[in-house]
Design a protein around this ligand. Structure first.
Ligand code: SF4
Ligand code: SF4
Ligand code: SF4
Length: 318
């Protein structure tokens, strides 16, 4: 039997997930010698879609999908990846829950185009041109832009076997997932591939890990306000940290640099709606209802990475 074939596709993402593979460092050499990478677009290999589409269905062992589904081309590629790959993994929080770029679902595509191409202070577009879906270059080349859709998670378009959180996934977690893949020791289909602990459980600021109990939160502050105490739980101190409900595969990275967790790791097990669980958690630690009014921009706080994949669903009309 030959090496397992692997495919990787970057859709509505920023490329940071691709870079997270480079973070594997020397382990990357073990990976690339153990697998046969047949498709890695658009960043690494110049493989044309038609060549990928010509591969037999089910001929690829594992497909990694990074980024969300933002247009008709992504949708077509999601369906193609699903047909070609025996196992399909939503890689990173954009693919699994929509990611930070999923917040565009707060607006219509027309509003977004108007803002980007006409309304920003730095825009220089005297005729108010918007991108045209079809254009002819030099009078002979027909170019077509894929139609924008609302942002969807990969799982809202095709069936997904596994999800990996993180923006981007942490290299230790990626290493663990790749070893599990190569050894055929994956969890049951439909699972998140995760170390299984919340950010709080590995946070050096957690009083419970020092044998103390957590205090109630008596004020709400922005990160630029007040003085941070070296050892104190940020949530206790009034900084709305989502560590209690977030998968801690990153090793509590943000807390190491005194930034509250914003939830990019995805939800802890058994949670289907990250934002709802985060609201529930914050409500349970605040001392009184008045503090709720002090939460600036709750939608961006609670649904920063998960709006498209949440029960709020896709687009929210203003
Ligand atoms: S999950 Fe983060 S790093 Fe990965 S594509 Fe999305 S925005 Fe980029
Ligand atoms: S709430 Fe945040 S700061 Fe507090 S222990 Fe959990 S992760 Fe650490
Ligand atoms: S601490 Fe939270 S926001 Fe920061 S990298 Fe980890 S999961 Fe993401």
């Amino acid at each position: 039997m030959g090496k397992p074939k692997i495919a990787y596709y970057l859709a509505g993402g920023c490329g940071g997930c691709d870079i997270s593979l480079v973070d594997l460092s020397e382990f990357l050499i073990d990976v690339v010698t153990a697998v046969d990478i047949v498709f890695f677009a658009p960043t690494l290999l110049d493989v044309k879609y038609k060549d990928f589409e010509a591969l037999p269905d089910g001929s690829i062992e594992v497909g990694f999908w990074s980024g969300n589904v933002r247009n008709k081309e992504h949708e077509h590629m999601a369906k193609t990846m699903r047909r070609k790959c025996k196992t399909l993994i939503a890689y990173g929080i954009c693919a699994s829950l929509g990611g930070i770029k999923g917040l565009v679902n707060l607006y219509t595509n027309q509003e977004l185009l108007e803002k980007a191409y006409r309304d920003t202070f730095s825009t220089d577009n005297p005729t108010g041109e918007l991108p045209s879906p079809k254009v002819t270059v030099d009078g002979k080349y027909e170019l077509e832009l894929p139609e924008l859709t609302e942002v969807r998670t990969l799982g809202q378009v095709v069936e997904v076997d596994y999800l990996i959180g993180g923006c981007p996934p942490h290299y230790e977690q990626v290493k663990k997932a790749l070893i599990a893949l190569l050894e055929g020791k994956l969890p049951p289909p439909g699972s998140w591939i995760t170390m299984g602990h919340a950010v709080c459980e590995i946070c050096k600021r957690n009083p419970v890990l020092k044998g103390k109990s957590k205090e109630i939160t008596t004020e709400v502050k922005r990160i630029i306000e007040g003085e941070l105490e070296e050892e104190r739980c940020l949530l206790e101190a009034g900084y709305l940290c989502l560590g209690p409900v977030t998968q801690g595969d990153c090793g509590a990275s943000c807390l190491k640099v005194n930034i509250p967790c914003r939830g990019c790791g995805g939800p802890i097990p058994e949670v289907s709606d990250f934002g709802l669980r985060a609201i529930n958690m914050i409500a349970s630690v605040l001392e009184n209802e008045e503090l709720v009014d002090k939460i600036e921009d709750p939608l961006h706080l609670f649904y920063r990475y998960s709006l498209p994949g949440s029960m709020l669903g896709g687009r929210i009309k203003k």
